[in-house]
Design a protein around this ligand. Sequence first.
Ligand SMILES: [Zn+2]
Length: 275
Amino acid sequence: MPELPEVETVKRGLEPVLAGRKLAAVKSSGLKLRAPLPEKLENRLIGRTIKILTRRAKFLLLHLDDGMVLIVHLGMSGRMNIVTPNAVTDRHDHLILDTDDNVRVIFRDPRRFGLLALASGNELSTHPLLGDLGPEPLEDDFDGTALLNRLGNKKGPIKPTLLDQTVVAGIGNIYASEALFRARIDPKRPAGALQKKEADLLAKSIRDILNEAIESGGSTLRDHARPDGELGYFQHHFNVYAKEGQPCPGCDCGESIKRIVQGGRSTFYCAKRQS
Ligand SMILES: [Zn+2]
């Protein structure tokens, strides 16, 4: 599943071909994804200019010149492909955008857990998909204080709490483990019991890890530009995620990485470093 850094990388990859471009032709599969496609989607997009692209959590937002915003979520397997207008399409292509600059962008999603929605730009902050999201971890005002505010006096362990999108927007299972490892915080600690110092370090770790992943995504795109122009996935370097039994890379503790299950999801950590 694409995580925040991948969605950010997709956004940056699409910007040069979509921002400021008019949609000359639009085709949709009409098939239901996680939710049905917006009514008359093609008609509502064709002839519109995409002003800017932004991201909120793991949602990609295409802001149109009529004030509407196309919300895209890649789901489990969604990808964006930048191709030429005569490129072949298939039945997994749920949205095909042809720009006035002769570029075709395809949203391809074989498993159909993705999502396409249209919303008024004025209502984004109260939109059902976006309204309840917590602070954006890469915004300037995300710090230990902002994090503590959201953790409140939550009794649950910090790791699954970080996956709650109303606490921090866009943190997935991988980066929750990685950030706690870097901040040396026990994933089992009650979320509301974190001290200010720990929250500062955790907020910084979250930001640093996401930024590093975005960096590496960007360099992966530059170094291995795929001929099919596919955007969406790249190789990450992880310290603990899926490293159960391997030596701890963070300290000379001599321990190996442990795996526990919290809230039905795997957590990876060093029991000595994070205690
Ligand atoms: Zn260790």
